[in-house]
Design a protein around this ligand. Sequence first.
Ligand code: HEM
Length: 366
Amino acid sequence: MTSTVPLFNPLDLSHTDDPYPRLAALRRELPVSTPLPGWHVVVRDADVRAVLADPEMWSSRRNNTSVAEERHLALSQLDPPDHTRLRRLLSPAFGRRVVEALEPVVREQAAVLADRLEPGADLVTAFTAPLPRAVLAAFCGVRDADAADYDRWAGAFTDLLGQRAHPEWPAFERWARRAVDGPALAGVLGQVDREEAVTFLHFLIVAGVPNLRLALGNLVLRLLGEDHWRAEGLPDAVEESLRLDPPALWQMRTATRDGVLAGTPVRAGQRLIAVVASANRDPERWGEDADAFRPGRPGPRAHLAFGKGPHACLGAALTRLQLRVAAEVLIERQPGLRLAPGFRFRRAGDFMSRGPAALPVHVELP
Ligand code: HEM
């Protein structure tokens, strides 16, 4: 019998506006679906995990990209052995000490932005957007009074004609060369080819700026909406927010050979969407209250918001630090913060990511 459950087309914004009811139905009835010819969608935690852990069967090559010159592929678009080599070289830049050293920067920037909030402010424009830009600039060792360009650079360079054809590429490249020649990133950029370093820096902006803006917005919304506007238990609350509202909804892979995925035949070359946003709410993994915000649940970091396997997010520790410290500072400086009356969630993000477009808030002046 053919299933009548509505399919999830990840490219359809009306499906991703509120993807959760559709994904729950698919988890129950059709864990592997094919909304478009040659494209499969997996939604259960066990299947998503299995896909992300198996780069031999599921390639990341040219992930999310239609056209790209080989030498301009980002780290996330490589397979072993290229991926293994480059990731090993770059990983020290994300080590514990490097991340911990950034805590004062995050705290100071967050405090400056929090103190500047005015009545009627939009928290996205005034806080969740500028903070990740300032932190990325510090991480890359680049002094930028206003790093507003990063948001444009994150989205502007499509691969239609090759990223480098975009009129803004030269401005980005000038910025990237300053970072390559600078002292930060634990000196790792000096160990890779200059072109590779520039490509990597672009990927850092794509991965590290919009995702954090969305994650911070999702976190503030959860904390306010769940009556959890307090510093106690923040690390667990951060994990619950990432689990329930992952900014990156899904990851893409390509089958390297014919095979079977959870009982569904798959042909070499077919594409796969592994929906981590669904896996993160799978009752098989998280129990019957999987949809509930419950800080302190066991294994809080087992969610897949940062992916899994060889491509798991290198920026996870930096992200956790930023989310926790930003929330701590905001709560301390704005204990009475609340959403403006009549607030309604409007989604921001491209087709694969999700977070609030605006957060009009009521602030109490000192
Ligand atoms: C809320 C914020 C973030 C989220 C949700 C996130 C999510 C992810 C996910 C899901 C992946 C795996 C992609 C895949 O399997 O195809 C990934 C990879 C990656 N992320 Fe993040 N990320 C975040 C922030 C950051 C930050 C701040 C940085 C760096 C400054 C960063 C750097 C990277 C890098 C370098 C990779 C590629 C790893 C590889 O392919 O080996 N991310 N991220």
